[in-house]
Design a protein around this ligand. Structure first.
Ligand code: EPU
Length: 339
């Protein structure tokens, strides 16, 4: 029997460490639990929030609905010549999956080391770091359709992945719950150290032909040095997306700010480093009340202790306003705001 708890604090279920309460809470350890849950029409009609690691959430108010905590575990792997197919339960911790693969020499997700969160959440925003995105190794995911109580497999094309985007954040938002994800990895590594800091850190360590383990260790080292550890300082990683602007807009910005950090953003577009824009507005390392930006990475908003969701949200609005005033660029929040 499923246990539905009432009036549960979510403080330990969001990496921002914000205390709000949910009216109902249920933990899902097996996909059959979802069938059982939604067989009761009450839950079809109740507001729902599905959480994994809670690492991309800002909880602004108490939640007057049902929080569904996904905890389906298990990693299966199949080897076919140099090809590896790995399928992991949505409740697995993302970095545990990365370690499982790196330890066995299964290459493809080593650049995604130490990204917080769960496997089931990884396709929703097509997680990415250090020149690699989830979609590069993604084969498919299995998801529960709430309205019909059935399971469906989504291929890469079905997921419509973009930069921190997928169909699950857009047209199918709230309609499916991801229960497992399948990846295509390889025994033959395609080492990707293009991303500046990786190459520099390998050089510091005197490594000229890195293994995937080296890459994983270096990426973990860079992340630890730049990003606050949520177990001590509440945060949800990058709070905003890196904004895309047209080449024309970019030229105007660059004429006024020649140092503007930028990357190719796809056809006719330029991607700007939001962290740089925020730092230029004087916000880096600033504390306002119980919130602020991280001293080593202005794109990360932090809870210095006791921050409310409203406080963090208003602070993020102040940042958006000042970046817009200075650069004419409207930042978009990357974390999921639950209000
Ligand atoms: N920068 C600054 N000041 C800052 C922060 C950054 O000037 O305070 C400049 C840096 O000089 C650097 C550039 O901005 O040249 C990019 O910074 P960084 O390498 O730290 O990466 P990012 O673009 O800020 C993105 C992802 C991160 C991911 C890193 C590494 C987004 C929204 N964020 O950050 O992902 O770890 O690249 O690949 O795309 C996340 O999504 O939660 C996340 C942490």
């Amino acid at each position: 029997m499923l246990q539905i708890q009432e009036n549960v604090s979510l403080k330990n279920f969001n990496t921002f460490g914000i205390e709000v309460f949910t009216r109902y809470f249920v933990e899902i350890a097996h996909e059959d639990n979802l069938v059982e849950l939604f067989a009761d029409p009450q839950w079809q009609q109740t507001d729902r929030l599905v959480i994994g690691g809670g690492s991309n959430l800002l909880l602004v108010n108490d939640f007057n609905g049902l929080v569904i905590r996904m905890n389906i575990r298990g990693i299966e792997h199949r080897i076919s010549h140099q090809d590896i197919f790995v399928e992991a339960g949505g409740g697995e911790v993302w970095n545990d999956l990365v370690n499982f693969c790196v330890d066995r020499g299964y290459a493809g997700i080593e650049n995604l080391s130490l990204i917080p969160g769960s496997v089931g959440a990884s396709p929703i925003q097509n997680i990415g770091a250090y020149g690699v995105e989830l979609k590069d190794t993604f084969v498919s995911c299995r998801a529960f359709e709430i309205a019909t109580g059935t399971f469906k497999t989504f291929t890469e094309a079905d997921c419509k992945f973009g930069y921190r985007e997928s169909v699950f954040k857009n047209e199918l938002k709230g309609l499916y719950i991801i229960v497992s994800v399948k990846f295509h990895l390889s025994l033959i590594p395609n080492i990707n150290t293009q991303y500046g800091a990786i190459g520099q850190e390998l050089a510091v360590r005197g490594i000229t032909s890195p293994t995937i383990k080296d890459v994983s260790q270096v990426v973990s080292h860079i992340r630890v040095s730049k990003l606050p550890d949520p177990s001590t300082i509440g945060n949800a990683g990058s709070f905003f997306k890196n904004p895309l602007v047209s080449v024309d807009e970019f030229k105007v910005i660059q004429s006024k700010f020649p140092d503007v950090v930028n990357y190719p953003g796809g056809e006719g577009l330029v991607k700007l480093a939001a962290g740089w824009l925020i730092e230029q507005c004087g916000w880096k390392g600033k504390t306002v009340g119980n919130t602020g930006t991280w001293k080593n990475q202005a794109l990360v908003l932090v809870n210095h202790g006791g921050a409310t969701g409203t406080e963090v949200f208003s602070f993020s609005s102040q940042i958006i306003d000042s970046v817009y005033t200075k650069f004419g660029v409207m930042l978009q929040r990357e974390v999921n705001i639950i209000s």
